[in-house]
Design a protein around this ligand. Structure first.
Ligand code: SER
Length: 648
């Protein structure tokens, strides 16, 4: 069964059980200031988990593209990847534990065909200090489900991961773990959650690949247990019961609705199906691995790490570029650059001939295009961008490596970094590390295009360290100088998702409509940046906007606020939205195939704004508090004006 089939079966199964299948959001989140990339299936759904009504109803399912930048360094083992797909289903205040656990178990056993004897599960052990009880309801349900398959499932207490290695499996199938393990929120365990963050207990599902796969690097011979890094068990799915929100005083209260957030790694479920804990053996990735074998004349087993890094990094770059991120030096762009440049080095290690990255990208596109037609549409853009980045880096790579060797030979001072400073290492350490100076690392970056992480990686291979703190300082200075010259890069972003920011964001829609009414349809958004204090908005217009016009725009916004009226959301295909001239959108390219249109209708029945957006907004225009005031209008760059406005 291919990865593509497992995905389709899941979506069909959830559809059959009343879920609306929604398209994956982009890897670069719209209007989510908390993160550079979409890293889980629930991230784009936060407003709905918090109570906003989703236009597709209360049961949703999808396969969400995810990118976890933090995992770049982990890639190389048998299960970490930067890009992955997360199969997800959600109850927005509808069904809860019983339905969820039955559905997901049925899917894994009857649809995918996994052996129930190899399935183990975990549940939340409760936390007295938070007043949240242990999850006996989930335990009862799991017992029932296993019994139906002929297993008496015993529940045992583990608590912490460390304790698990001491007490072992105890013949159990259902395991109680503490909040560090069985509680999910975007920021992890309860004490790490900021006020206003949502989360809850979860129940994870593990697949047992057999004790022959167990490795216990830290705990010696002690017994493996499911929710640990044992290597024997792989987490293949997680049902989170999101029903809590953290308060400013640190306590937890219940959300107005009880939600389910299920996420399951597609590649991991497929690995369980293949019976190998190595996700790179799943066809979705194996197609690329095989292609690298052909190009290099080497076997996957000859150099697992290099094969995995190239495969993962090319796939990640393909999906990021498809979502509009091109290799570059800042923000998301930098990650695409890092992925591709690191992949070049490992391709050299395997003797993959130069200039073949585009082919590897083709292999990814072909594997995925049935489910992600955008990849096919953008085939040329993707392969060209990847080929260009490979070529560009290859121009400086060889001389950069020579320079690197020269630097390494010159290093003679035994040193180490302490609190950001380079000091002579006087300790008797088993390995004496030597440091590459900040200036050298900076030159490798500016002259030879070596991302700092790559320099650090090569340094480690040579037993050296890099003066990172000093490098970061040089980079800061460098950025400050180049900012002064160049036009400031601008991403439509909100500083956070506080109430004031949401109100200002909603007012921004009205302001754009007002500007278009006064100045004409050529006005579009060129950038937006909103904090709790003010909005800052760039728009396409060639000349100064006079104060009397700004006054009229203010009046337009304020009368809409005063009048009030509902803000409704429609989902529609991008094509039909583009064909509808009443809908405003500034960056068609950046939107997925299915888009959300926000319409603000006054109580007088008139439409005050109709615009494509990703949210979040107030639910009524009247919820915007204060008087809208434009405090500044100025030039931003050629053909672009900038407004600063507040709610007073
Ligand atoms: N949000 C949970 C996770 O990322 C389940 O979707 O694991």
């Amino acid at each position: 069964m291919s990865g593509n089939e497992i995905r389709e079966k899941y979506l069909k199964f959830m559809e059959k059980n009343g879920h609306a299948v929604i398209p994956s959001s982009a890897l670069v989140p719209e209007n989510d200031p908390t993160t550079l990339f979409t890293g889980s299936g629930m991230q784009p759904l936060i407003p709905y988990l918090m109570g906003e009504k989703h236009p597709k109803g209360v049961r949703l399912a999808d396969s969400q593209k995810c990118f976890r930048a933090n995992d770049i360094e982990e890639v190389g083992d048998n299960r970490h990847t930067t890009f992955f797909e997360m199969l997800g289903n959600w109850s927005l205040g509808d069904y809860f534990k019983k339905e969820q656990l039955r559905w997901i178990f049925t899917y894994l056993i009857d649809e995918v065909g996994l052996d129930p004897a190899r399935i183990y599960v975990s549940v939340f052990a409760g936390d007295e200090s938070l007043g949240i009880p242990k999850d006996e309801e989930a335990v009862a349900m799991w017992k029932e489900l296993f019994l139906e398959r002929g297993f008496e499932a015993k529940d045992v207490f583990i608590g912490s991961e460390e304790n698990g290695y001491k007490v072992g499996m105890q013949g159990g199938r259902i395991f109680y773990y503490d909040a560090a393990k069985n509680w999910w929120s975007r920021s992890g365990k309860p004490e790490n959650m900021p006020a206003g963050e949502i989360g809850g207990p979860d129940s994870e599902i593990f697949y047992d690949f057999g004790p022959e796969h167990a490795t216990h690097p830290i705990f010696g011979k002690q017994e493996a247990h499911p929710n640990s890094d044992s290597g024997q068990f792989l987490e293949i799915g997680n049902s989170v019961f999101i029903e809590y929100i953290k308060q400013a005083d640190g306590s937890f209260t219940k959300l107005p609705q009880r939600n389910v957030d299920f996420g399951g790694g597609l590649e991991r479920i497929a690995a369980a199906k293949v019976g190998s804990p190595d996700v790179f053996k799943v066809d979705l990735l194996l197609n690329v691995v095989t292609h690298i074998e052909k190009l290099s004349g080497k076997k996957y087993e000859d150099d697992l790490i290099a094969f995995r890094i190239i495969t993962d990094h090319i796939r990640g770059a393909v999906f990021l570029i498809a979502d509009g991120v091109l290799p570059g030096n800042t923000d998301q762009d930098y990650f695409v650059r890092r992925l591709l440049r690191r992949a070049v080095r490992f391709a050299d290690r395997l003797s993959v001939p130069a200039g073949r990255f585009a082919e590897l990208a083709e292999a990814v596109i072909t594997t995925y295009s049935a489910h992600y037609p955008t990849l096919e549409d953008k085939r040329a853009i993707i392969t060209e961008a990847i080929a260009r980045e490979e070529e560009q880096f290859r121009k400086t790579l060889e001389s950069g490596l020579k320079q690197f060797n020269k630097i390494s030979l010159q290093i003679h001072v035994e040193s180490k970094e302490v609190d950001g400073k380079r000091v002579i290492n006087k300790e008797i350490a088993p390995v004496t590390k030597k440091a590459i100076s900040a200036q050298n690392a900076f030159d490798l970056y500016t002259t030879y295009g070596f991302p700092i992480e790559l320099t650090e990686e090569i340094a480690t291979e040579k037993g050296l360290i890099v003066e990172r703190a000093g490098f970061d300082k040089l980079m800061e200075e460098h950025k400050a100088t180049s900012r002064a010259g160049a036009e400031q890069k601008f991403k439509g972003g909100l500083a956070d998702s506080s109430e004031k920011v949401i109100e200002l964001h909603t007012a921004t829609h009205l302001m754009l409509a007002g500007l278009q009414k006064e100045l004409g349809g050529h006005i579009h958004q060129a950038g937006s940046n909103i904090t709790a204090e003010r909005l800052r908005y760039d728009f396409t217009h060639g000349e100064k906007v006079e104060r009397d016009i700004l006054d009229r725009v203010e009046t337009y916004v304020n009368s809409a606020i005063k009048l009030g009226g509902p803000i409704t959301i429609e989902m529609m295909s991008k094509d039909s939205a583009q064909a509808d001239s009443t809908i405003e959108a500034s960056f068609w390219d950046r939107y997925p195939d299915e888009v959300k249109v926000y319409t603000m209708t006054g109580t007088d029945g008139k439409v005050y704004s109709r615009e494509l957006c990703g949210g979040p907004h107030t639910s009524d225009m009247g919820d915007i508090k204060g008087t809208f005031k434009i405090i500044k209008e100025e030039s931003s760059s050629a053909g672009v004006r900038r407004i600063k406005a507040i709610l007073e």
